[in-house]
Design a protein around this ligand. Structure first.
Ligand code: NAP
Length: 437
Protein backbone atom coordinates (compact mmCIF):
# COMPACT_ATOMS: atom_id res chain seq x y z
CA UNK A 1 0.00 0.00 0.00
CA UNK A 2 1.48 3.36 -1.01
CA UNK A 3 0.49 6.43 0.99
CA UNK A 4 0.28 9.64 -1.06
CA UNK A 5 0.55 12.91 0.89
CA UNK A 6 -1.88 15.68 -0.02
CA UNK A 7 -1.52 19.36 0.79
CA UNK A 8 -5.03 20.82 0.79
CA UNK A 9 -5.28 24.57 0.18
CA UNK A 10 -8.72 25.63 1.44
CA UNK A 11 -11.40 23.89 3.46
CA UNK A 12 -14.45 25.83 2.35
CA UNK A 13 -17.51 24.83 0.31
CA UNK A 14 -15.48 22.46 -1.86
CA UNK A 15 -12.46 21.74 0.36
CA UNK A 16 -14.65 20.62 3.28
CA UNK A 17 -16.65 18.04 1.29
CA UNK A 18 -13.44 16.95 -0.45
CA UNK A 19 -11.80 16.16 2.89
CA UNK A 20 -14.92 14.35 4.07
CA UNK A 21 -15.40 12.32 0.87
CA UNK A 22 -11.75 11.32 0.93
CA UNK A 23 -11.99 10.19 4.56
CA UNK A 24 -15.19 8.23 3.94
CA UNK A 25 -13.85 6.49 0.86
CA UNK A 26 -10.22 6.06 1.98
CA UNK A 27 -10.42 2.39 2.92
CA UNK A 28 -12.38 1.32 -0.15
CA UNK A 29 -10.10 3.36 -2.42
CA UNK A 30 -7.00 1.90 -0.87
CA UNK A 31 -8.35 -1.61 -1.42
CA UNK A 32 -9.36 -0.81 -5.01
CA UNK A 33 -6.35 1.15 -6.15
CA UNK A 34 -3.44 0.20 -3.89
CA UNK A 35 -2.81 3.85 -2.98
CA UNK A 36 -4.02 5.70 0.06
CA UNK A 37 -4.23 9.48 -0.38
CA UNK A 38 -3.90 11.22 2.99
CA UNK A 39 -4.23 14.91 3.79
CA UNK A 40 -0.89 15.69 5.41
CA UNK A 41 -1.52 19.43 5.77
CA UNK A 42 -4.46 21.75 5.16
CA UNK A 43 -4.26 25.52 4.76
CA UNK A 44 -7.02 27.86 5.94
CA UNK A 45 -7.26 31.54 6.75
CA UNK A 46 -8.79 31.12 10.17
CA UNK A 47 -7.99 27.86 11.99
CA UNK A 48 -10.14 28.88 14.98
CA UNK A 49 -13.33 28.75 12.89
CA UNK A 50 -15.70 25.92 13.89
CA UNK A 51 -15.61 23.19 11.23
CA UNK A 52 -16.82 19.64 11.00
CA UNK A 53 -13.66 17.82 10.10
CA UNK A 54 -12.88 14.15 9.56
CA UNK A 55 -10.89 12.53 12.38
CA UNK A 56 -7.26 13.57 12.47
CA UNK A 57 -7.61 16.59 10.17
CA UNK A 58 -7.76 19.29 12.84
CA UNK A 59 -4.12 18.58 13.72
CA UNK A 60 -3.19 19.10 10.07
CA UNK A 61 -4.70 22.63 9.88
CA UNK A 62 -2.33 25.55 9.44
CA UNK A 63 -1.94 29.02 8.03
CA UNK A 64 1.59 28.78 6.67
CA UNK A 65 1.60 27.92 2.95
CA UNK A 66 5.42 27.80 2.83
CA UNK A 67 5.52 24.96 5.37
CA UNK A 68 2.97 23.03 3.31
CA UNK A 69 4.85 23.51 0.05
CA UNK A 70 8.21 22.60 1.63
CA UNK A 71 6.86 19.39 3.15
CA UNK A 72 8.49 16.52 1.21
CA UNK A 73 5.67 14.17 2.25
CA UNK A 74 3.26 16.17 0.07
CA UNK A 75 3.11 14.90 -3.51
CA UNK A 76 -0.19 16.46 -4.57
CA UNK A 77 -1.33 20.01 -3.83
CA UNK A 78 -5.12 20.44 -4.06
CA UNK A 79 -5.91 24.13 -4.60
CA UNK A 80 -9.43 25.03 -3.39
CA UNK A 81 -8.82 28.60 -2.22
CA UNK A 82 -10.37 30.35 -5.20
CA UNK A 83 -9.35 33.72 -6.65
CA UNK A 84 -6.12 34.68 -8.36
CA UNK A 85 -3.93 35.31 -5.31
CA UNK A 86 -2.50 33.71 -3.31
CA UNK A 87 -3.83 30.71 -5.27
CA UNK A 88 -1.76 31.54 -8.39
CA UNK A 89 1.57 31.96 -6.61
CA UNK A 90 1.02 28.84 -4.53
CA UNK A 91 0.12 26.71 -7.57
CA UNK A 92 3.15 28.05 -9.46
CA UNK A 93 5.44 27.30 -6.55
CA UNK A 94 4.00 23.82 -6.00
CA UNK A 95 4.71 23.04 -9.66
CA UNK A 96 8.21 24.49 -9.42
CA UNK A 97 8.82 22.19 -6.44
CA UNK A 98 7.77 19.18 -8.51
CA UNK A 99 4.40 18.63 -6.88
CA UNK A 100 1.30 17.63 -8.83
CA UNK A 101 -1.60 20.07 -8.62
CA UNK A 102 -5.37 19.54 -8.73
CA UNK A 103 -7.53 22.67 -8.79
CA UNK A 104 -11.17 23.70 -9.26
CA UNK A 105 -10.22 27.32 -9.92
CA UNK A 106 -11.46 28.26 -13.39
CA UNK A 107 -10.65 31.92 -12.91
CA UNK A 108 -7.01 31.05 -12.30
CA UNK A 109 -6.90 28.80 -15.36
CA UNK A 110 -8.66 31.39 -17.50
CA UNK A 111 -6.09 34.03 -16.48
CA UNK A 112 -2.88 32.00 -16.13
CA UNK A 113 -3.67 28.59 -17.61
CA UNK A 114 -1.16 28.79 -20.42
CA UNK A 115 1.74 29.69 -18.14
CA UNK A 116 0.84 27.15 -15.45
CA UNK A 117 0.29 24.29 -17.89
CA UNK A 118 3.56 25.15 -19.59
CA UNK A 119 5.35 25.03 -16.24
CA UNK A 120 3.69 21.73 -15.28
CA UNK A 121 4.61 20.13 -18.60
CA UNK A 122 8.22 21.34 -18.28
CA UNK A 123 8.45 19.98 -14.74
CA UNK A 124 6.74 16.67 -15.64
CA UNK A 125 3.93 17.07 -13.13
CA UNK A 126 0.18 16.84 -13.53
CA UNK A 127 -2.13 19.86 -13.36
CA UNK A 128 -5.71 18.60 -13.29
CA UNK A 129 -8.88 20.68 -13.26
CA UNK A 130 -12.03 18.61 -13.76
CA UNK A 131 -13.79 20.47 -10.93
CA UNK A 132 -13.13 23.82 -12.64
CA UNK A 133 -15.36 23.07 -15.65
CA UNK A 134 -19.01 22.32 -14.90
CA UNK A 135 -18.43 20.96 -11.39
CA UNK A 136 -19.49 17.34 -11.26
CA UNK A 137 -19.92 16.90 -15.01
CA UNK A 138 -16.80 15.05 -16.22
CA UNK A 139 -16.39 16.97 -19.45
CA UNK A 140 -12.60 17.38 -19.22
CA UNK A 141 -12.10 13.63 -19.01
CA UNK A 142 -14.62 12.94 -21.76
CA UNK A 143 -13.08 15.42 -24.17
CA UNK A 144 -9.47 14.49 -23.37
CA UNK A 145 -9.76 10.76 -22.92
CA UNK A 146 -13.02 9.21 -24.11
CA UNK A 147 -13.20 11.28 -27.32
CA UNK A 148 -9.47 11.51 -27.96
CA UNK A 149 -9.68 9.43 -31.14
CA UNK A 150 -12.72 11.24 -32.49
CA UNK A 151 -13.11 14.74 -33.92
CA UNK A 152 -15.29 17.17 -32.00
CA UNK A 153 -17.46 19.23 -34.33
CA UNK A 154 -19.47 21.24 -31.83
CA UNK A 155 -20.29 21.63 -28.18
CA UNK A 156 -23.51 23.35 -27.11
CA UNK A 157 -24.05 23.78 -23.44
CA UNK A 158 -25.94 25.12 -20.51
CA UNK A 159 -22.90 25.65 -18.33
CA UNK A 160 -24.12 28.03 -15.64
CA UNK A 161 -26.52 26.53 -13.11
CA UNK A 162 -27.48 29.86 -11.54
CA UNK A 163 -28.76 31.41 -14.75
CA UNK A 164 -30.40 28.14 -15.77
CA UNK A 165 -32.35 28.12 -12.53
CA UNK A 166 -33.24 31.80 -12.91
CA UNK A 167 -34.41 31.46 -16.52
CA UNK A 168 -36.43 28.37 -15.56
CA UNK A 169 -38.24 30.25 -12.81
CA UNK A 170 -38.85 33.24 -15.09
CA UNK A 171 -40.23 31.00 -17.84
CA UNK A 172 -42.26 28.58 -15.75
CA UNK A 173 -43.44 30.69 -12.82
CA UNK A 174 -43.40 34.13 -14.41
CA UNK A 175 -40.90 35.38 -11.81
CA UNK A 176 -38.96 38.56 -12.50
CA UNK A 177 -35.17 38.37 -12.84
CA UNK A 178 -34.76 39.90 -9.39
CA UNK A 179 -37.26 37.51 -7.76
CA UNK A 180 -35.73 34.47 -9.42
CA UNK A 181 -32.24 35.58 -8.37
CA UNK A 182 -33.37 36.00 -4.77
CA UNK A 183 -34.81 32.47 -4.86
CA UNK A 184 -31.56 31.14 -6.33
CA UNK A 185 -29.61 32.84 -3.54
CA UNK A 186 -31.94 31.43 -0.87
CA UNK A 187 -31.38 27.94 -2.28
CA UNK A 188 -27.62 28.46 -2.35
CA UNK A 189 -27.38 28.34 -6.16
CA UNK A 190 -26.31 31.96 -6.57
CA UNK A 191 -23.55 33.95 -4.90
CA UNK A 192 -24.36 37.05 -2.86
CA UNK A 193 -22.95 38.95 -5.85
CA UNK A 194 -24.31 37.08 -8.89
CA UNK A 195 -22.81 39.48 -11.46
CA UNK A 196 -20.40 36.96 -12.97
CA UNK A 197 -23.23 34.47 -13.53
CA UNK A 198 -25.84 36.95 -14.78
CA UNK A 199 -23.42 38.69 -17.16
CA UNK A 200 -22.43 35.41 -18.83
CA UNK A 201 -18.82 35.80 -17.61
CA UNK A 202 -18.77 32.52 -15.71
CA UNK A 203 -20.16 30.64 -18.71
CA UNK A 204 -17.57 32.33 -20.93
CA UNK A 205 -14.69 31.21 -18.67
CA UNK A 206 -15.96 27.63 -18.90
CA UNK A 207 -16.43 27.91 -22.64
CA UNK A 208 -12.78 28.97 -23.06
CA UNK A 209 -11.65 25.83 -21.23
CA UNK A 210 -14.07 23.60 -23.15
CA UNK A 211 -13.06 25.06 -26.52
CA UNK A 212 -9.39 24.63 -25.63
CA UNK A 213 -10.00 20.98 -24.85
CA UNK A 214 -12.32 20.25 -27.75
CA UNK A 215 -10.35 22.02 -30.45
CA UNK A 216 -6.82 22.22 -29.10
CA UNK A 217 -6.65 26.00 -29.33
CA UNK A 218 -6.00 28.89 -27.01
CA UNK A 219 -8.99 31.16 -26.40
CA UNK A 220 -9.27 34.20 -24.19
CA UNK A 221 -12.55 35.31 -22.71
CA UNK A 222 -12.23 38.83 -24.08
CA UNK A 223 -12.32 37.43 -27.64
CA UNK A 224 -15.76 35.88 -27.29
CA UNK A 225 -19.21 37.30 -27.93
CA UNK A 226 -20.71 37.26 -24.42
CA UNK A 227 -24.22 38.43 -23.57
CA UNK A 228 -25.81 37.80 -20.19
CA UNK A 229 -29.44 37.35 -19.15
CA UNK A 230 -29.96 40.92 -17.87
CA UNK A 231 -32.17 41.91 -20.77
CA UNK A 232 -34.32 38.78 -20.98
CA UNK A 233 -37.98 39.77 -20.51
CA UNK A 234 -41.29 37.93 -19.92
CA UNK A 235 -42.13 38.66 -23.56
CA UNK A 236 -39.11 36.61 -24.66
CA UNK A 237 -40.51 33.57 -22.83
CA UNK A 238 -43.92 34.12 -24.43
CA UNK A 239 -42.34 34.32 -27.86
CA UNK A 240 -40.24 31.22 -27.16
CA UNK A 241 -43.35 29.26 -26.15
CA UNK A 242 -45.08 30.25 -29.38
CA UNK A 243 -42.13 28.79 -31.27
CA UNK A 244 -42.09 25.58 -29.21
CA UNK A 245 -38.90 26.72 -27.51
CA UNK A 246 -37.48 27.58 -24.10
CA UNK A 247 -34.92 30.28 -23.28
CA UNK A 248 -31.46 29.14 -22.15
CA UNK A 249 -28.15 30.88 -21.61
CA UNK A 250 -26.39 28.97 -24.34
CA UNK A 251 -22.65 28.42 -24.71
CA UNK A 252 -21.65 27.54 -28.27
CA UNK A 253 -18.32 26.17 -29.51
CA UNK A 254 -18.61 25.07 -33.12
CA UNK A 255 -16.09 24.32 -35.79
CA UNK A 256 -16.78 26.30 -38.98
CA UNK A 257 -14.12 25.17 -41.46
CA UNK A 258 -10.79 26.50 -40.19
CA UNK A 259 -12.48 28.87 -37.77
CA UNK A 260 -14.40 28.52 -34.52
CA UNK A 261 -17.78 30.00 -33.69
CA UNK A 262 -17.56 30.68 -29.93
CA UNK A 263 -20.22 32.60 -28.04
CA UNK A 264 -22.37 32.82 -24.91
CA UNK A 265 -25.83 34.41 -25.06
CA UNK A 266 -29.49 33.80 -24.30
CA UNK A 267 -31.09 31.74 -27.04
CA UNK A 268 -34.34 30.02 -27.82
CA UNK A 269 -33.83 26.26 -28.12
CA UNK A 270 -36.48 23.62 -28.90
CA UNK A 271 -38.47 22.48 -25.87
CA UNK A 272 -38.32 18.92 -27.18
CA UNK A 273 -34.60 19.11 -27.94
CA UNK A 274 -31.72 17.82 -25.84
CA UNK A 275 -30.91 21.00 -23.92
CA UNK A 276 -34.42 21.95 -22.75
CA UNK A 277 -34.38 19.03 -20.32
CA UNK A 278 -31.43 20.59 -18.45
CA UNK A 279 -33.54 22.09 -15.68
CA UNK A 280 -32.99 23.81 -12.38
CA UNK A 281 -29.36 24.36 -11.44
CA UNK A 282 -28.08 21.49 -13.57
CA UNK A 283 -25.46 21.87 -16.27
CA UNK A 284 -25.80 20.10 -19.59
CA UNK A 285 -23.65 19.64 -22.65
CA UNK A 286 -24.40 18.35 -26.12
CA UNK A 287 -21.17 17.24 -27.78
CA UNK A 288 -21.22 16.39 -31.48
CA UNK A 289 -18.38 14.37 -32.89
CA UNK A 290 -17.64 12.97 -36.32
CA UNK A 291 -17.78 9.28 -35.37
CA UNK A 292 -20.16 9.24 -32.43
CA UNK A 293 -22.73 11.84 -33.42
CA UNK A 294 -24.43 13.55 -30.48
CA UNK A 295 -23.53 12.83 -26.88
CA UNK A 296 -25.62 14.43 -24.13
CA UNK A 297 -24.36 14.93 -20.59
CA UNK A 298 -26.08 16.40 -17.58
CA UNK A 299 -25.00 16.76 -13.94
CA UNK A 300 -24.87 19.28 -11.10
CA UNK A 301 -22.50 21.89 -12.45
CA UNK A 302 -21.57 23.38 -9.09
CA UNK A 303 -22.02 22.83 -5.40
CA UNK A 304 -19.45 21.64 -2.94
CA UNK A 305 -20.27 17.93 -3.03
CA UNK A 306 -20.40 17.56 -6.81
CA UNK A 307 -17.25 19.61 -7.34
CA UNK A 308 -15.42 17.77 -4.58
CA UNK A 309 -16.19 14.45 -6.25
CA UNK A 310 -14.58 15.71 -9.48
CA UNK A 311 -11.55 16.93 -7.52
CA UNK A 312 -11.27 13.58 -5.76
CA UNK A 313 -11.39 11.71 -9.07
CA UNK A 314 -8.48 13.83 -10.31
CA UNK A 315 -6.55 13.25 -7.09
CA UNK A 316 -6.99 9.48 -7.41
CA UNK A 317 -5.80 9.51 -11.00
CA UNK A 318 -2.72 11.48 -10.06
CA UNK A 319 -2.08 9.35 -6.95
CA UNK A 320 -2.15 6.23 -9.12
CA UNK A 321 -0.38 7.50 -12.20
CA UNK A 322 1.78 10.43 -11.05
CA UNK A 323 3.06 12.62 -13.92
CA UNK A 324 1.55 10.20 -16.43
CA UNK A 325 -1.87 11.46 -15.30
CA UNK A 326 -1.13 14.87 -16.82
CA UNK A 327 -3.62 15.91 -19.46
CA UNK A 328 -2.57 18.33 -22.14
CA UNK A 329 -4.45 21.59 -21.53
CA UNK A 330 -4.98 23.04 -24.94
CA UNK A 331 -3.05 23.86 -28.06
CA UNK A 332 -0.66 26.73 -28.20
CA UNK A 333 -2.17 28.17 -31.36
CA UNK A 334 -4.63 31.00 -30.85
CA UNK A 335 -8.13 30.20 -32.07
CA UNK A 336 -9.29 31.83 -35.31
CA UNK A 337 -12.76 32.99 -34.44
CA UNK A 338 -15.77 33.66 -36.63
CA UNK A 339 -16.37 37.42 -36.25
CA UNK A 340 -19.71 38.46 -34.84
CA UNK A 341 -20.96 39.81 -38.17
CA UNK A 342 -20.45 36.38 -39.74
CA UNK A 343 -22.27 34.31 -37.12
CA UNK A 344 -25.16 32.51 -38.76
CA UNK A 345 -28.35 31.87 -36.80
CA UNK A 346 -32.10 32.23 -36.98
CA UNK A 347 -33.45 35.28 -35.13
CA UNK A 348 -36.59 36.18 -33.25
CA UNK A 349 -37.19 39.89 -33.94
CA UNK A 350 -39.83 41.88 -32.11
CA UNK A 351 -40.73 45.25 -33.56
CA UNK A 352 -42.69 47.96 -31.78
CA UNK A 353 -44.19 50.09 -34.49
CA UNK A 354 -47.07 52.38 -35.42
CA UNK A 355 -50.24 50.63 -36.51
CA UNK A 356 -50.28 52.36 -39.89
CA UNK A 357 -50.31 51.44 -43.58
CA UNK A 358 -46.87 50.85 -45.10
CA UNK A 359 -45.12 50.03 -41.83
CA UNK A 360 -44.91 46.32 -42.61
CA UNK A 361 -43.52 47.06 -46.06
CA UNK A 362 -40.76 49.16 -44.48
CA UNK A 363 -39.72 46.32 -42.21
CA UNK A 364 -39.73 43.62 -44.85
CA UNK A 365 -37.85 45.89 -47.27
CA UNK A 366 -35.05 46.49 -44.72
CA UNK A 367 -34.73 42.76 -44.15
CA UNK A 368 -35.20 41.76 -47.80
CA UNK A 369 -32.51 44.15 -49.06
CA UNK A 370 -30.00 42.19 -47.01
CA UNK A 371 -31.21 38.80 -48.15
CA UNK A 372 -32.84 37.98 -44.81
CA UNK A 373 -35.85 35.80 -45.41
CA UNK A 374 -38.70 35.65 -42.97
CA UNK A 375 -40.05 32.31 -41.80
CA UNK A 376 -42.99 33.81 -39.89
CA UNK A 377 -44.35 37.27 -39.17
CA UNK A 378 -47.43 38.17 -37.22
CA UNK A 379 -48.97 40.97 -35.24
CA UNK A 380 -49.44 40.46 -31.53
CA UNK A 381 -53.03 40.89 -30.39
CA UNK A 382 -53.43 44.12 -28.52
CA UNK A 383 -53.92 43.46 -24.83
CA UNK A 384 -56.19 46.49 -24.60
CA UNK A 385 -58.25 48.14 -27.26
CA UNK A 386 -56.30 51.38 -27.29
CA UNK A 387 -54.44 53.52 -29.70
CA UNK A 388 -50.67 53.28 -29.76
CA UNK A 389 -47.90 51.12 -31.13
CA UNK A 390 -48.32 47.44 -31.99
CA UNK A 391 -45.90 44.57 -31.62
CA UNK A 392 -44.89 42.62 -34.71
CA UNK A 393 -43.16 39.33 -34.07
CA UNK A 394 -41.03 37.65 -36.69
CA UNK A 395 -38.78 34.64 -37.05
CA UNK A 396 -36.08 34.78 -39.69
CA UNK A 397 -34.52 31.89 -41.53
CA UNK A 398 -30.81 31.47 -40.89
CA UNK A 399 -29.03 34.73 -41.67
CA UNK A 400 -25.70 36.47 -41.11
CA UNK A 401 -25.74 38.42 -37.87
CA UNK A 402 -24.10 41.45 -39.49
CA UNK A 403 -26.99 41.65 -41.96
CA UNK A 404 -29.60 41.27 -39.24
CA UNK A 405 -27.99 43.97 -37.09
CA UNK A 406 -27.79 46.34 -40.06
CA UNK A 407 -31.46 45.75 -40.88
CA UNK A 408 -32.46 46.31 -37.26
CA UNK A 409 -30.46 49.56 -37.14
CA UNK A 410 -32.29 50.75 -40.24
CA UNK A 411 -35.68 49.70 -38.87
CA UNK A 412 -35.05 51.36 -35.51
CA UNK A 413 -34.32 54.64 -37.30
CA UNK A 414 -37.68 54.62 -39.13
CA UNK A 415 -40.11 57.29 -37.89
CA UNK A 416 -42.77 54.58 -37.46
CA UNK A 417 -40.65 52.51 -35.03
CA UNK A 418 -41.57 53.27 -31.41
CA UNK A 419 -39.04 51.24 -29.41
CA UNK A 420 -35.75 49.46 -30.09
CA UNK A 421 -36.27 46.11 -31.81
CA UNK A 422 -35.71 43.08 -29.59
CA UNK A 423 -33.48 40.37 -31.06
CA UNK A 424 -33.03 36.86 -29.64
CA UNK A 425 -31.07 34.14 -31.43
CA UNK A 426 -33.03 30.95 -32.16
CA UNK A 427 -30.97 27.76 -32.30
CA UNK A 428 -33.24 24.97 -33.49
CA UNK A 429 -31.27 23.14 -36.16
CA UNK A 430 -28.75 20.33 -36.31
CA UNK A 431 -28.29 18.37 -33.10
CA UNK A 432 -30.33 20.97 -31.20
CA UNK A 433 -33.46 20.11 -33.19
CA UNK A 434 -36.24 18.22 -31.38
CA UNK A 435 -35.30 14.60 -30.93
CA UNK A 436 -37.56 11.89 -32.23
CA UNK A 437 -38.32 9.10 -29.76
N1 NAP B 1 -18.49 26.31 -4.42
C1 NAP B 1 -18.76 25.72 -5.58
O1 NAP B 1 -19.87 25.24 -5.81
C2 NAP B 1 -17.68 25.61 -6.64
C3 NAP B 1 -17.96 24.92 -7.83
C4 NAP B 1 -16.96 24.77 -8.79
C5 NAP B 1 -15.71 25.33 -8.56
N2 NAP B 1 -15.48 26.02 -7.39
C6 NAP B 1 -14.16 26.58 -7.18
O2 NAP B 1 -13.56 25.96 -6.04
C7 NAP B 1 -12.70 26.89 -5.40
C8 NAP B 1 -13.07 26.99 -3.92
O3 NAP B 1 -14.38 27.48 -3.81
P1 NAP B 1 -15.18 27.43 -2.44
O4 NAP B 1 -16.60 27.71 -2.78
O5 NAP B 1 -14.87 26.18 -1.71
O6 NAP B 1 -14.53 28.67 -1.67
P2 NAP B 1 -14.72 29.06 -0.13
O7 NAP B 1 -15.91 28.37 0.44
O8 NAP B 1 -14.63 30.54 -0.07
O9 NAP B 1 -13.45 28.44 0.60
C9 NAP B 1 -12.17 28.96 0.46
C10 NAP B 1 -11.25 28.29 1.46
O10 NAP B 1 -9.94 28.78 1.25
C11 NAP B 1 -9.43 29.35 2.45
N3 NAP B 1 -8.67 30.55 2.09
C12 NAP B 1 -9.07 31.53 1.23
N4 NAP B 1 -8.08 32.45 1.12
C13 NAP B 1 -7.08 32.03 1.90
C14 NAP B 1 -5.79 32.55 2.20
N5 NAP B 1 -5.37 33.71 1.68
N6 NAP B 1 -5.00 31.85 3.02
C15 NAP B 1 -5.42 30.69 3.56
N7 NAP B 1 -6.62 30.15 3.32
C16 NAP B 1 -7.44 30.82 2.50
C17 NAP B 1 -10.62 29.68 3.32
O11 NAP B 1 -10.20 29.64 4.68
P3 NAP B 1 -11.24 29.91 5.88
O12 NAP B 1 -12.12 28.67 5.90
O13 NAP B 1 -10.41 30.00 7.10
O14 NAP B 1 -11.97 31.14 5.52
C18 NAP B 1 -11.60 28.57 2.93
O15 NAP B 1 -11.36 27.42 3.70
C19 NAP B 1 -12.84 28.21 -6.16
O16 NAP B 1 -11.82 28.31 -7.11
C20 NAP B 1 -14.19 28.05 -6.86
O17 NAP B 1 -14.27 28.81 -8.04
C21 NAP B 1 -16.43 26.17 -6.42
Amino acid sequence: MREVGIGLLGLGNVGGPFARQLAERAEALAAETGVRPRIARALVRDPSRRRELPAGLSEALGTDPAALLRDPAIEIVVELLGGLEPAGSLVAEAIARGKHVVTANKLLLAERGEELFGAAAARGVALRYEGAVCGGLPIVRILREALEGDEVLAVHGVVNGTTNYVLGRMGEAGASLEEALREAQAKGYAEADPTLDVSGGDAAQKLCLIAGLAFGVRVRQGELLVEGIERVTPRDFEAARELGCVVKLLAVARREGERLDLRVHPAMVPERGPLASIRGALNGLLVETRALGPLVLSAPGAGGEATASAVLADVLDVARLGGAAALPFSGRAPARLVPRAEIVSAYHLRFTVDDAPGVLAGLTAALGRRGISIAALHQRERREASEGPVTLVSLTHRAREGDVLAAVTEIDALPTTRAPTRLVRVEVEGALAPWRP
